[in-house]
Design a protein. Sequence first.
Length: 209
Amino acid sequence: MQEKLNIAVFASGNGSNFKAILEAIKTGKIRNARIVIVIGNNSKAGAFIVARENNIPFFHISRKQFRSDDEFNAAIVLTLAKHHVNFVALTGYLKKIDASIIRAFRNKMINIHPALLPKFGGDGMYGMHVHEAVIASKENISGATVHIVDEEYDHGQIVLQKTVGVEPDDTPESLSAKVLKIEHEIYPEAIRLFAEGNVKIEDQKVIIN
């Protein structure tokens, strides 16, 4: 029987993808999964408000609170262990996850990126920077990507992608709104696939049943 997903959501902002995942769980679109904690490095993250409103434990864990990277990472690992987390969803978490944590959740940690990876990914490619780069490159399509997290930014194997058209009059803001809409569709869908045991990673390739 497929193990139930105890999900930790990592967020730095308003948590709109967190809300989309939570809504899909509440309405039964995602079964065999629950969000058990929210972790953020920004004390003013809107995701914490969402967590509070839904009685989900949330923790502000910032590098600034610790004397070293090792202490910071150890605090995250301990928090995840205390809440029996077995799956991690990054929802706009603007800090690189340490390799030790990635190894502990190998193929059990996913991220959503507001572009069609491998294009427009990597260090510095987040938020509006991505959409500005897409428009500057005169792309005809953009979209969103759910991918496995590995030790490099926006590099892990792709789980799901969906596209949107880039119109001549699109601005970074209008493109962002279109992409965000499909993010809210494919991120819950990706988690549903994991929760149902329909995602396998073999030879560094994602296989969806």
